[in-house]
Design a protein around this ligand. Structure first.
Ligand code: GLC
Length: 594
């Protein structure tokens, strides 16, 4: 699908300044632009840089600033969304001068750098990236370039970054900074900031860049010892020459540090995906997902929607299993304390990682390039780690389309392991597993292969568990297939790949491997308007058709049973035949053996 460059530029610009409708749909290409150009480099290119990133696979992100003090409540009113945007017009719309006054009250007496480092360490994370300066322009370190900083402008008057950098070094963790290079809402000339200086003279982006941005990036890359990474964000419309200067400066001052993909213009060292985005298929090159323990990046008083340890592991292993790195955020309170529930959920996930470190660190993506109904796979050479979230009740774990011979299969239980038996018929492996999930969170089976894994990444219908296949894996004929992103609350991003455009006719098809013949209940997950008639057809076989209701919210509706008389490869196609077909947006197809 081609996208119109002018429209694309407009989308990028509007989103950057926060004007877009939260329910806006983007084509896949435009999303890649939104966060800075796609940077796909081979791992070898950055072998010297970013070793912790590449091998560690798991990091802590911290959003902490003046906004943390408000916790999303201003003058008794709660604003729902990402807390660090509180001064923006989409949130509480706080005038610059008023916002700056908050510094006079900022006194984070409960900030404890050692505690934060130990939370990250216990969580199994390998480095910490913290906000040196967010879009609000307030420097959370001692800056000579601008006195709107934590040392000069607050009663607390200390530099927490010195303490945190030191605590990370002591704990054996890497350290690095988030820096909002393009947006600065309080410094004259900064992106979306005041257009005039204190004397009323016009201020340009160049003024901001020379007086504040470049000097501050110099400060953070020279005053805190060796750092892992500078995490630039939301490049918006920043001209290329500015990004070039920043990247050059970081690489000069910190030859081992990476620059995030959101620096812009494709100049970062790796690719950063969209906020809170966990990909469904493997991505080449160095990349990361950024996510948060609840729904907001910065502390929000109401936000108790924590990810459970199991969800954290699910998202971490999905990122590592897709070949990337997972950076998970916490938002300390205005007084510096980390919310207790963030700490406990991270710790429980970390205890699991402590039992199975070999599954997470130094591993690469799954050869199948997508998850399985029962869980996910990470790989180190000829060793595969099957991470089983949903333990099969019938004592059989199905591993489809594996052409390589297996040397051994073992169930890992902390330091113990038990040999498992398996059968292999054609390319289908069935591992005999004991009844009952051995590990309360995620059980691990280690497979040693006799040679490099050789698999067919086609999806297979699990005979035991419902198999949900995203529209991302469909091939489309006369239909559109694109990424759709929306904000659940302000700044809380969700994303799917949808198939739509059914008014032109057209069908979406999936190749699927049937491991056990029989009847399968088929369901579709979609959104739309009113009753829709869907058909699902097996090429050269049965066709079923049914009418079901729809709404703006994606949900799963059963269509009917389809029979697959023999094991093997089938093509299944979906069409939307009647109703407001133009409104139909298909998210996934599901098969469950009856
Ligand atoms: C977005 C937001 C920002 C947040 C960041 C985290 O770019 O503007 O507030 O820091 O994502 O990934």
């Amino acid at each position: 699908m081609k996208s119109n460059p002018t429209r694309l530029l407009l989308l990028v610009a509007l989103t950057a300044i926060g004007l877009l409708n939260p329910c806006q749909t983007f084509a896949q290409e435009s999303m890649e632009k939104l966060w800075g150009d796609r940077v796909v480099k081979l791992r070898a290119d950055n072998a010297e840089r970013g070793q912790l990133f590449d091998e560690g696979n798991y990091a802590m992100f911290i959003h902490w600033g003046l906004y943390s003090m408000l916790g999303n409540e201003v003058d008794g009113k709660t604003y729902y969304g990402i807390g660090e945007w509180i001064m923006n017009s989409n949130m509480a719309n706080i005038p610059v001068e008023e916002y700056k006054k908050l510094a006079g009250k900022f006194n984070p007496v409960n900030f404890d750098a050692k505690k934060i480092a130990s939370i990250a360490k216990d969580a199994g994370m390998k480095y910490i990236i913290i906000t040196a300066k967010h879009h609000d322009g307030f420097a959370m370190y001692d800056s000579d370039a601008c006195d709107f900083n934590i040392v000069d402008a607050t009663p607390w008057g200390k530099d927490p970054m010195k303490e945190l950098a030191e605590a990370c070094r002591e704990a054996g963790l890497g350290f690095g900074f988030y820096y909002s290079h393009s947006k600065d809402w309080t410094f004259p000339g900064g992106g979306s900031g005041p257009r005039r200086d204190a004397e009323g003279n016009p201020a340009t982006f160049d003024d901001y860049f020379k007086k504040k941005c470049l000097p501050q990036v110099n400060e953070i890359t020279t005053q805190y010892g060796p750092i892992e990474l500078v995490w630039f964000d939301t490049p918006g419309r920043i001209p290329k020459e500015y990004v070039e200067q920043l990247v050059e400066l970081v690489h000069k001052n910190q030859p081992h540090a990476l620059v995030s993909g959101r620096a812009g213009h494709g100049l970062g060292d790796y690719q950063t995906l969209g906020d809170m985005e966990v990909p469904r298929r493997n991505i080449d090159g160095m990349w990361e997902s950024v996510d948060t323990t609840n729904d907001s990046w910065a502390y929000a008083w109401y936000d108790e929607n924590w990810k459970s340890p199991r969800e954290i592991l699910g998202r971490l292993l999905a990122c590592v299993g897709r070949g990337g790195t997972y950076m998970l955020n916490i938002g300390p309170k205005g007084d510096g304390a980390v919310p207790a529930r963030a700490e406990t959920t991270l710790k429980k996930a970390g205890q699991w990682i402590g039992r199975y470190p070999q599954v997470v660190y130094g591993t690469d993506g799954s050869p199948w390039q997508h998850k399985f109904p029962w869980g996910d796979v990470t790989r180190k050479g000829n060793t595969l780690f099957l991470c089983v979230f949903d333990w099969p009740n019938n004592g059989k774990l199905y591993l489809p389309n594996l052409k390589t011979e297996i040397a051994s299969a073992r169930l890992l239980e902390h330091k113990e392991s038990t040999a498992l038996t398996w059968t292999k018929e054609g390319d289908t492996v069935v591992i005999d597993v004991p009844p009952g999930q051995p590990e309360p969170l995620v059980s691990v089976i280690q497979l040693e292969l006799k040679s490099e894994p050789n698999v067919d990444p086609v999806w297979a219908m699990d005979p035991e568990l419902p198999t949900i296949i995203s529209a991302e894996f469909a091939t489309v004929d006369e239909l559109k297939q694109s990424q759709k992103r929306w904000m659940e609350k302000f700044g809380e991003w969700k994303s799917i790949v949808q198939v739509h455009g059914f008014d032109k006719g057209g069908k979406a098809s999936w190749d699927v491997e049937v491991l056990e013949p029989g009847d399968y209940a088929v369901a579709l997950n979609y959104s739309g308007n009113g009753r829709l008639v869907w058909s699902v057809e097996v090429e050269g076989g049965q066709k079923i058709q049914n009418q079901q209701n729809s709404s703006a919210i994606y949900h799963t509706s059963p269509i009917g049973w389809l029979s697959f008389p023999k094991a093997g490869r089938y093509k299944v196609s979906v069409e939307c035949l009647e109703g407001d077909v133009a409104s139909a947006s298909l998210k996934s197809i599901q098969f469950e053996r009856m």
